[in-house]
Design a protein around this ligand. Structure first.
Ligand code: NAP
Ligand code: G3P
Length: 479
């Protein structure tokens, strides 16, 4: 560490690696450089895949209980370094330290459940008899697909990295891991712990470098069997065009609507909308990013929401404030652009629209219509538009007209209304009387349309990183 700048190395074929070229990691709260990570090159990326390929078969052939021993050792080191990692997260992504600790706790639970679930990935057996063919038995076991490229986003640098890495490794794949640059101090700390846990060389590799610089070299390698990507729709769509024959699991952006009917419990609804919209300053893919409220109760809901936003603490992540700085200035610029467009087209600012460097006050814009960009675009900031509707059919149309289809919420006390609307919404999951959210983590997690491809969630991830391999036994009946 030099003058408080912490340097991390990549992990290639079991060795911590640096090449003299560094990327500075800036603290979004102070705008000061807090760390440096290697800027790998195309040639070095090639070496990473060679290591991943050379190590994969022996890792696959290792008994699963032995693989689990290595992964549990790694988990124990993550637990040991919890506060160090939480501090890295606070400094590099401005996540409140308490929330960073919760993310790590959640990740440990994720690992435990994953390792147990992997043991239940039993082979499936089929008899030929049900197809009229006697004396034929098919046993289909789940075998690893091979090499997994795991690319994670900045906002959950531990949980959304481990949620790819551990299911891939426990099923016998080798992994090439690319953390988000803002998130790579935490990501490369995990890699350092993997080395300390003595994972066999090449089984787990961690690279660093701007996605815009090394992304195509990472993605276009023909040895990759699965690309598991979490991030923006823009990058996800780019990756899907660049990837060669790899299977894709893409968890992308969202514009999750909260539909509030006139019979909803408004106090409970407002509490959940505030949490869903403003946790981690709205930088969650599953954040509530638009409220569609029925006209009859719109004024009442809006006043409750305003009162709750006024109680949110705004400031430093180290003080565990509710609203902390967003990841970077482009996010602020984009939020300001969306607000201006809405106000120019007749919307009104209920609260917020105030900024200080990367800190954005929680903002609610009312009288938003579908003619405004804010109704459709993902700000990834503490910015919530309120759209009023009269007929439920209007709300369903507005919800479904989005390019995204991650999740949705319906707030009502009438289960018939909830189930009827849910059946018509185009989304991966619909939450009735709760905020949209990825957890609990063993639930399947799906995005459709521009929100993703494939399914995550613990069992779904284990299945996504494996394929059936059949052994069919034939015999003759002895008379
Ligand atoms: P991002 O800008 O798309 O980056 C995601 C990851 O992709 C980062 O590791 C990034 O590396 C890398 N990357 C960038 N360009 C690449 C390229 N050409 N090839 C390969 N990799 C490339 O997303 P983010 O800013 O980290 O996260 C915010 C976005 O992700 C939002 O849209 C949010 O909705 C979405 N998200 C979705 C989920 C979900 O589960 N559906 C979860 C979290 C976030 P660099 O950091 O070096 O650029
Ligand atoms: O954006 C990250 C996504 O995975 C959301 O997770 O648990 O905050 O809904 P969660």
């Amino acid at each position: 560490m030099t003058n408080n700048i912490i340097k991390y190395q990549a992990l290639i074929d079991g060795e911590l690696y640096e090449n003299g070229k560094w990327i500075s990691i800036i603290n979004p709260t102070t705008n000061k450089t807090i760390g440096e990570v290697p800027a790998l090159t195309k040639v070095e990326i090639e070496k990473v895949y060679t290591a991943a390929k050379q190590s994969q078969k022996s890792w696959e052939q290792m008994p699963i209980l032995k693989r689990i021993t290595f992964l549990n050792s790694w988990k124990q080191l993550i637990i040991r370094d919890k506060l160090i990692i939480a501090q890295l997260m606070t400094n590099e992504i401005a996540k409140a330290t308490k929330a960073a600790c919760s993310e790590i706790d959640r990740t440990i639970e994720y690992i435990d459940y994953t390792l147990q679930e992997a043991l239940r990935l039993h082979p499936q057996s089929y008899t030929g008899e049900s197809w009229g063919i006697m004396n034929k038995l098919g046993i289909f076991e789940y075998v690893p697909k091979g090499i997994v490229l795991a690319i994670s986003p900045f906002n959950y640098p531990v949980n959304l990295s481990v949620s790819k890495i551990f299911p891939a490794l426990v099923t016998g794949n080798s992994v090439v891991f690319k953390p988000a640059t803002q998130g790579s101090l935490s990501g490369l700390h995990l890699a350092k712990l993997a080395k300390e846990a003595k994972l066999p060389n090449g089984v787990f590799n961690a690279v660093s470098g701007k996605g815009s610089a090394i992304g195509d070299s990472l993605v276009e390698n023909e040895v990759i069997n699965v690309i598991s990507f979490t991030g923006s729709a823009t990058v996800g769509n780019h990756i899907s065009q660049k990837s060669l024959k790899a299977d894709l699991i893409l968890e992308l952006g969202g514009k999750d609507p909260a539909i509030v009917l006139d019979d909803a419990d408004l106090e409970d609804t407002a509490t959940k909308i505030i949490k869903g919209a403003f946790s981690y300053s709205g930088q969650r893919c599953t954040a509530i990013k638009r409220v569609l409220v029925q006209k009859a109760i719109s004024s009442k809901l809006i006043s409750i929401l305003k009162a709750k936003v006024e109680k949110l603490s705004i400031g430093l992540p180290i003080d565990n404030c509710d609203i902390t700085p967003v990841i970077d200035q482009p996010t602020i610029v984009n939020a300001k652009k969306l607000i201006k467009d809405a106000l120019d087209k007749g919307a009104k600012c209920l609260i917020g629209n105030k900024f200080k460097e990367n800190l954005m006050w929680p903002t609610i814009i009312i009288d938003v219509t579908t003619k405004m960009d804010l109704a459709w675009e993902e700000p990834f900031a503490p910015l919530l538009p309120i759209i009023i509707f009269e007929q439920v059919s209007e709300a369903i149309k507005i919800a479904n007209d989005s390019q995204y289809g991650l999740q949705a919420s319906i707030f009502t006390t009438n289960i018939n209304s909830a189930m009827t609307i849910a059946s018509l919404l185009e989304a991966g999951s619909i939450n009735i009387n709760d905020q949209s959210q990825r957890g609990p983590d063993h639930f399947p997690f799906i995005g459709i349309k521009d929100s993703g491809l494939g399914v995550q969630g613990i069992r779904s991830s284990l299945l996504a990183f494996t394929r059936p391999k059949g052994i069919i036994i034939n015999w003759k009946t002895k008379n």
